[in-house]
Design a protein around this ligand. Structure first.
Ligand code: ZN
Length: 151
């Protein structure tokens, strides 16, 4: 990756960590709590379904820049998607941050989320980047697990 591209990616993460999108409570939504004890990241995720589709999604909480930016970009990327599409994006994102080079169709799917490709060089930060995604997955799979921990 060129330095210019690295800087651009960094900007996306800094921007979303300072001004997180969809940072709010959705009153009548399913709520799942995510916690990453290793770093101290903590978030509440709100997911509102319309049948099989994610009609609205938001989060609140506090954590490091990586976890906040990841949750913010997640909400932007996942809104309006079906559960199946969200699962595919989860897989692509997980591969990206664990160092698997994305295929062209995955790159298209990831879009801005590719900003997190550098995280694979910092194994301790992978949990920061994936916390929101594990929380989302729990919210989509069933409403029973109201707490998710990366440990
Ligand atoms: Zn963190």
């Amino acid at each position: 990756m060129t330095d210019v591209l690295k800087d651009l990616y960094q900007q996306v993460i800094v921007d979303h960590s300072r001004k997180p999108r969809n940072f709010r409570v959705i009153a009548d939504a399913r709520k799942v709590e995510g916690h990453n004890p290793l770093c101290g990241d903590h978030l509440d995720m709100y997911v509102k379904m319309d049948g099989d589709r994610i009609a609205d999604i938001s989060f609140e909480g506090s954590g490091c820049a990586i976890s906040t930016a990841s949750a913010s970009l997640l909400t932007e990327s996942i809104k309006g998607k079906t559960i199946e599409e969200a699962e595919a994006l989860f897989e692509a994102f997980h591969e990206l941050v664990t160092g698997v080079k994305p295929r062209p169709e995955e790159r298209r799917m990831l879009g801005k989320l590719e900003a997190f490709s550098g995280v694979c060089d910092y194994p301790t930060r992978v949990k920061c980047a994936t916390l929101a995604w594990h929380t989302l997955r729990a919210a989509l799979r069933d409403g029973k697990h109201e707490k998710v921990s990366t440990e």
